[in-house]
Design a protein around this ligand. Structure first.
Ligand SMILES: Cc1cc2nc3c(=O)[nH]c(=O)nc-3n(C[C@H](O)[C@H](O)[C@H](O)COP(=O)(O)OP(=O)(O)OC[C@H]3O[C@@H](n4cnc5c(N)ncnc54)[C@H](O)[C@@H]3O)c2cc1C
Length: 383
């Protein structure tokens, strides 16, 4: 072997070494240190071992995938070098936090799994996923107009639980029933009742929250600054929301919904232009959401735009029609396209179900439809 060949060999070995260490980096760690920490710090070893799932466990992938809402992240190439813990109580959350810190694993908290960038279920480094899907009771107190909801509940489960007890109160939250309350309220949360009642986070009145030093805090003990920031600033940057206390808002027993749609060719541009001036000042009992999509014009190579106007009015059809007749006649909303329904039926409608669908569908987590796309939102600040 001459000197040149020797240099090549050394380079090849060091390259392979790097490659092997890269492959090793990407392999799942066995988390033995973490698991023994969990077991030695738990009062009940058999109970904690039932909520730990390593990549070698046959349940790991199904549990990991079930709450990943976006198919973009369900690929064999998606980094999931994680261990999953599905706690059933605060003590199990506390010991998971303690052992993650002790052994240097990052933690990902997952509620509904709808994060647009998949941050609750993926990471480039080995991590521990705290999956809260087994902590989702919703306790509604109609007399006090409040509800305690655990951090892993979905919005649909909140709507369902309220509707089981009353049609006269509701919670002003989002359109997609499968979004989790952990990420939704931690991000502020907008929805159909926002014009009248503000963001969902404005209607959170208390919290049970575990900080990084595993102290359990409520609104009083954490102070107003932290309470403010975890309702909009991303709660997971500050700790773990164990439960939120919500204020329920009064709604009529029957509300009115409608959906109308029009194409560019039908003058949709003008009607949408007016929308921007009418809707911010119209009666706050009315919200109209607009959705635009492009579509092909049949038998041509051209495209056009369809605009959908989804309406929710906290009142009866006749009052809505006279309001729209006065302020926004161009929308051409008629009796025929309106329906008077309960709030839970309106949530079914906005979630894409027929209004006569059983509300149980909101209590069924396996009915979650997976998306495949990317969303980006912005707000108009000036007209
Ligand atoms: C189909 C779809 C429809 C949507 N509709 C609306 C809508 O109508 N209105 C609206 O405002 N938003 C809407 N969103 C956005 C949604 O509110 C956010 O993506 C939200 O973060 C998702 O929360 P999640 O719990 O489901 O997601 P996850 O992926 O579980 O969590 C999102 C983030 O919150 C953190 N987190 C979750 N639980 C906790 C907890 N208990 N404590 C601390 N941190 C936690 C996670 O670590 C992650 O960083 C929608 C999103 C999708 C995909």
């Amino acid at each position: 072997m001459n000197t040149f060949q020797l240099i090549l060999l050394v380079l090849a070995v060091s390259f392979c070494g790097k490659l092997l260490s890269h492959i090793h980096d990407n392999a799942a760690p066995n988390f033995e240190d973490f698991i023994s920490c969990l077991e030695s710090n738990s009062n009940n070893v058999s109970s904690i071992s039932q909520v730990i799932f390593t990549p070698t466990n046959s349940s790991f992938l199904p549990i990991w995938e079930v709450a990943v809402n976006n198919q973009r992240f369900i690929k064999s190439s998606t980094p999931k070098r994680s261990l999953i813990v599905t706690p059933i109580n605060d003590a199990q959350i506390r010991v998971t936090l303690l052992c993650s810190k002790k052994h240097g694993y990052e933690m990902r908290i997952r509620s509904g799994g709808h994060d647009f960038e998949g941050v609750s279920s993926t990471a480039d480094v080995p991590f521990v996923m705290l999956d809260l899907t087994r902590m989702r009771p919703v306790d509604v107190n109609v007399a006090k107009k409040t509800a305690w909801i655990y951090g892993g509940a979905m919005l649909g489960e909140v709507y369902y639980a309220i509707s089981q007890k009353t049609n006269a109160f509701y919670f002003p939250a989002g359109i997609c029933s499968t979004v989790g309350v952990g990420g939704y309220l931690g991000g502020g949360g907008y929805g159909n009742l926002m014009r009248k009642f503000g963001l969902a986070a404005d209607n959170v009145v208390d919290v049970r929250f575990m900080d990084v030093n595993d102290n359990i805090l409520n609104r009083k003990s954490m102070g107003e600054d932290l309470f403010w920031v975890i309702r909009g600033g991303g709660a997971g940057s500050f700790g773990i929301v164990l439960a939120w206390k919500l204020r329920l808002v009064p709604v009529p027993e029957l509300v009115t919904i409608f959906l109308t749609n029009m194409m560019l060719e039908q003058g949709a541009t003008k009607i949408f232009h007016k929308y921007q001036y009418v809707v911010p000042t119209i009666d706050e009992n009315l919200s109209i959401r607009v959705q635009m999509s492009s579509e092909k014009i049949p038998n041509t190579n051209k495209k056009t735009v369809r605009i959908l106007f989804y309406g929710l009015y906290l009142g009866a059809v006749d009052t809505l029609l006279s309001l729209l007749h006065e302020k926004y006649p161009e929308l051409n909303v008629t009796w025929e396209i309106c329906q008077e329904v309960t709030m839970i039926q309106s949530s079914l409608f906005f979630a894409g179900y027929p209004t006569d669908t059983s509300r149980e569908v909101f209590a069924n987590r396996s009915s979650v439809i997976k998306l495949n796309g990317q969303n980006k939102l912005d707000y108009a600040r000036n007209l």
